[in-house]
Design a protein around this ligand. Structure first.
Ligand code: NAD
Length: 393
């Protein structure tokens, strides 16, 4: 029996396992993940702002996959893929050999080598970093009562991508509650968001993007566009000769793939590898790369698809179908993506959305929170389905 090793239990990895099991893949499946849990990466900003608890967005992997003879879960950290020997090297355990590999190791924070970013910015990339950012924010705001240091009430959010904007939405929602709880004056809070490009939320139609920006501005966020960050000091973000002081600096300027990609000598850029149209990589027909470690060209415009949960899930479906086809001695198929649209929340009760299902819909305001909740709940249901499915097999 062939062995398929799946690296990473994020959206892509979990979905591949689910689809392989559902498709009765005639193979031994080994899922390797650093933590014993899956987390909802699309909701990390809520944990960081303190509007959701970590337990609300994490799920133990083992119980989900327990009781299935051909699925094994290994909790260990992948350090390297030996592509020639077809082995996955682990931090603690023995290397695992594979016939087919699905590399879905996900993302890390990108600092672009900016001085001080790693040391002084709080990234939001996993449960640990989100919890650390939350603790720092709360401790710093709480401290103002005794310190009277104005910088304790200043927050700088670096970058104005999806993560930053969604984090800002949660932050402005929670700030009045924290002011009451920790006894600091709300009118002395200053929140700055520093963005290098001249536009915010360029992936949305201009009227939706403007609505989102104005909404956050009305809640106290100061946007600074065309302002590239050049340095991050312990208590200030620097853009050329301008300084934005703050004792809380949230680092959300983008992501790159897992460092395991570079460590394993893949031909990569920012730890992402360009894949063939069936999601395998050139020279290694035994390997599929999906999720944030893959760079997938969009055939309609030649540009790379963005790295979103929606794409990761679609990539996983194609990779699983192709694996099942290969196991049966068949041919692989090309990845085809039909985007369903984009949703950006602005706190628990507002957002903007551009939906492409049964027509094109532009939504803003509280309706979007309902859409977002459906998207999130669906993801939870999908995971729960794994257990139901395994029980019935
Ligand atoms: P991102 O790359 O989408 O945004 C980062 C932002 O930081 C960009 O606007 C960039 O111009 C800016 N930036 C980069 N360097 C800078 C500098 N030196 N100074 C100032 N600004 C700088 O990254 P993200 O928000 O972390 O998101 C990561 C991925 O996850 C993206 O693909 C995103 O689409 C996806 N995501 C999607 C959703 C959603 O669909 N709701 C939510 C969160 C994340």
């Amino acid at each position: 029996m062939k062995k398929i090793v799946v690296l990473g239990a994020g959206y892509a990895g979990m979905r591949v396992v689910k689809k392989l099991v559902q498709g009765h893949a005639d193979a031994q499946i080994v899922l390797v993940n650093k933590n014993p849990y899956h987390y909802e990466a699309t909701q990390l900003h809520q944990v960081a702002a303190g509007t959701k608890e970590a337990a609300d967005i994490t799920f133990d992997i083992r119980p989900l996959l327990a009781g299935r003879k051909n699925v094994e879960v290994v909790i260990d950290e992948v350090t390297r893929v030996d592509q020639d020997a077809k082995k996955v090297e682990l931090k603690n355990g023995e290397p695992i050999s594979y016939d087919y590999l699905v590399n879905a190791l996900g993302f890390e924070s990108e600092t672009f080598g900016i001085k001080g970013a790693e040391e002084n910015g709080w990234p939001l990339v996993d449960i640990d970093t989100a919890l650390a950012a939350r603790k720092h924010l709360e401790d710093t705001l709480r401290r103002y009562k005794t310190s009277q240091d104005p910088n304790d009430l200043r927050v700088v959010v670096c970058g104005a991508g999806f993560t930053s904007i969604e984090y800002l939405g949660e932050l402005v929602y929670r700030m009045p509650k924290m002011a009451k709880e920790y006894g600091f004056p709300l009118d002395k809070v200053k929140i700055d968001c520093i963005e290098a490009s001249p536009k915010i939320l360029p992936m949305f139609e201009p009227n939706l993007a403007d609505w989102g920006v104005k909404y956050l501005e009305s809640k106290g966020v100061n946007f600074h566009v065309a302002t590239p960050i050049t340095e991050v000091k312990p208590n200030a973000v620097v853009s050329n000769d301008v300084e934005f002081p703050a004792n809380t600096i949230i680092w959300t300027t983008g992501v790159r793939g897992s460092h395991v990609i570079a460590d394993s000598d893949y031909d990569q850029k920012r730890n992402r590898v360009v894949v063939e149209d069936d999601l395998r990589i050139t020279g290694h027909p035994d390997q599929f790369l999906i999720g944030d470690v893959s760079a997938v060209p969009n055939p309609s415009n030649g540009r790379l698809y963005p790295t979103t949960a929606q794409i990761s899930i679609a990539l996983a479906d194609t990779a699983a179908a192709n694996l099942i086809a290969l196991l049966k001695g068949g041919q692989t198929s090309k990845f085809v993506f039909k985007p369903m649209g984009t949703v950006c929340s602005l706190g628990p009760h507002a957002g903007i959305a551009s939906i492409d299902m049964m027509g094109h819909w532009k939504l803003k305001g509280s309706k979007v929170s309902i859409v977002k909740k459906i998207v999130n709940d669906r993801s939870v249901l999908e995971l729960a389905n794994i257990r139901t499915m395994l029980e019935s097999n």
